[in-house]
Design a protein around this ligand. Sequence first.
Ligand SMILES: Cc1c2[nH]c(c1CCC(=O)O)Cc1[nH]c(c(CCC(=O)O)c1C)Cc1[nH]c(c(CCC(=O)O)c1C)Cc1[nH]c(c(C)c1CCC(=O)O)C2
Length: 372
Amino acid sequence: MNDVIASHKDRDTLMEAPMQLKNDRYLRALMRQPVDCTPVWMMRQAGRYLPEYKATRAQAGDFMSLCKNAELACEVTLQPLRRFKLDAAILFSDILTIPDAMGLGLYFEAGEGPKFESPLSSYAQIDALAIPDPEDELGYVMNAVRTIRKNLNGEVPLIGFSGSPWTLATYMIEGGSSKAFTKIKKMAFADPRSLHLLLDKLADSVILYLNAQIKAGAQSVMVFDTWGGVLSPRDYKLFSLQYMHKIVDGLIREHDGQRVPVTLFTKNGGMWLESIAETGCDAIGLDWTIDIADARRRVGDKVALQGNMDPSMLYAQPERIEQEVELILDGYGKGSGHVFNLGHGIHLDVPPENAGVFVDAVHKLSVKYHQD
Ligand SMILES: Cc1c2[nH]c(c1CCC(=O)O)Cc1[nH]c(c(CCC(=O)O)c1C)Cc1[nH]c(c(CCC(=O)O)c1C)Cc1[nH]c(c(C)c1CCC(=O)O)C2
């Protein structure tokens, strides 16, 4: 009942959220328009490395309760922006909301990561899965998006996100995190019909989910393909990229008169940049295993690039962090089209001050790459 009231309230008040951004360099860089300096944000910017996050999470009880409470999800989205001069906010949620809404029973076991009560193993189970209605079973995510957009008050854009079909399928079939991915690979090679049915349903679900996030106020969207890099080149195209391509084709690309840029991130996907760029995405997220100068040479002006400092570099001394930022900025070279980021999520035991050193270094050291 309270959720219903909150959702109507948020829908009305979103009208008050300003259209014009005070800081739009994140969106400009994704569209390769001139910027004054390189924008920066961090994946898992809200997370266990911040004491204020731990306090709010304790208040919520557990991780999913935090995701399902729009006010608290908004609070943890904004916490890192109060500490650091980030150029974008990322919705606080998780990629596993879709499988949870499909009825697989998501839970988090301390120290073991996400788990599902009912993992998938047969065609019949996959055939029986329904595509979730984003404003119903996933309505709590849309409420969070509306609440965050309103509270951001036009400061910086809000990034919405989803997992890629392949990455979501790994969790749904393995039953949680995996190292060898034997169950999903067994299905891929011994029973491809079942896996393709699942991937296709997930692609349809992701399209509906991301489009609903865009309508609720997300100004840019990202698809996280955390596990695409465990496939061979041929199987990556068949089981992962094909479905991300379908998603890019199905997304709202312009909303309220503004372009909504889409970024695809495949961890360990550096060898497939040209193919990823061909999906028609606006930007590619890079992990740290590829040289950003090579990446830019290979994609040319086709897409913007996001990345790509090793998250473990945040354990280093300030001078070493600054040196690494400079090397990456120099690798990308002059001009717009680069969003600075870590190559993956921030580690939970990183000192918060080091994240601040990183963000400030990007802004300070990048100015010269955007002059004349
Ligand atoms: C694979 C994946 C997941 N979730 C996500 C991915 C794709 C990106 C990536 O590769 O990291 C994406 C994600 N997860 C979370 C966000 C929110 C935005 C942000 O802060 O960056 C985003 C964008 C919050 C979260 N999602 C999670 C946390 C930590 C939860 C906590 O303990 O408070 C956060 C802040 C939980 C989570 N959720 C997932 C894992 C593996 C874990 C870690 C579990 C553990 O180590 O105990 C699945």
